[in-house]
Write a protein that binds this ligand. Structure first.
Ligand SMILES: C[S@@+](CC[C@H](N)C(=O)[O-])C[C@H]1O[C@@H](n2cnc3c(N)ncnc32)[C@H](O)[C@@H]1O
Length: 210
């Protein structure tokens, strides 16, 4: 693969130029979902964890978290955040290019939160693998962009987003699942320089019954 289309190269460069404080707070859509759907901590897999806002919050709530990213820099910052907040015993970081390898095991929560990249990767396949990693009784959450913010790398492009039902269909869930959420709410997002815009997210939560 040429370096211009290599996930590790792209995201290392991204994080090298990103303030380490960015993305260290949890996503409120995820925290609200879990308050309703998974109030008791268990084991969590955070796919594309970035600087670990969600992973560190989950660990602080008592979850045993495996935080995965393709960027070593991002994962080093998650490790540093875990040390600073006293949750190293509940946060394990693993570097994977999820297009190629995937963590072992099953989890009571598998979260893919804004698992987006400008590179071409088999994202649907990764999310199907994510569903396969959900333990009986556990949840898969997918929170993703369903509109283009003006500051996005996709601004100006004619991007078509799937509906929540389309995302759920693409997971090709096999076995016994319950759709807990399949919504496309709007929110006010804040971008670089404090600029704000109304954006839409797909918010998906599916539970493996057994
Ligand atoms: C848009 S960021 C979202 C980060 C974080 N989940 C959040 O909500 O702030 C996408 C993340 O996915 C990671 N990522 C992109 N492609 C990846 C791949 N092929 N394998 C593993 N992680 C990847 C990036 O390094 C980045 O941290």
């Amino acid at each position: 693969m040429d370096s211009a289309n290599d996930s590790a190269t792209f995201w290392e460069k991204h994080y090298a130029g990103t303030d380490a404080r960015w993305g260290t707070r949890p996503n409120v859509v995820l925290t609200d979902l879990l308050a309703d759907l998974a109030p008791a901590p268990g084991t969590a897999l955070d796919l594309g964890c970035g600087h670990g806002g969600d992973a560190l919050w989950l660990a602080a709530q008592g979850w045993e978290v495996t935080a995965v990213d393709v960027s070593r820099t991002a994962l080093d910052r998650v490790d540093a955040g875990a040390a600073a907040t006293g949750v190293t015993d509940r946060v394990r970081t693993e570097r994977h290019d999820l297009a190629a390898t995937f963590p072992d095991g099953t989890y009571t929560l598998v979260a893919a939160t804004y698992f987006h990249t400008p590179l071409t990767i088999p994202r649907d396949q990764v999310l199907r693998r994510a569903a396969a990693a959900v333990a009986p009784g556990g949840l898969l959450t997918v929170i993703e962009h369903a509109s283009v913010a003006p500051w996005s790398w996709e601004a100006g492009k004619d991007v078509r987003f799937p509906t929540p039902d389309g995302v759920i269909a693409s997971l090709e869930l096999t076995g016994d699942w319950h759709v807990e959420r399949g919504e496309a709410p709007q929110r006010t997002a804040t971008g670089p320089g404090g600029r704000t815009a109304t954006v839409t997210d797909n918010v998906i939560a599916v539970r493996r019954i057994r």
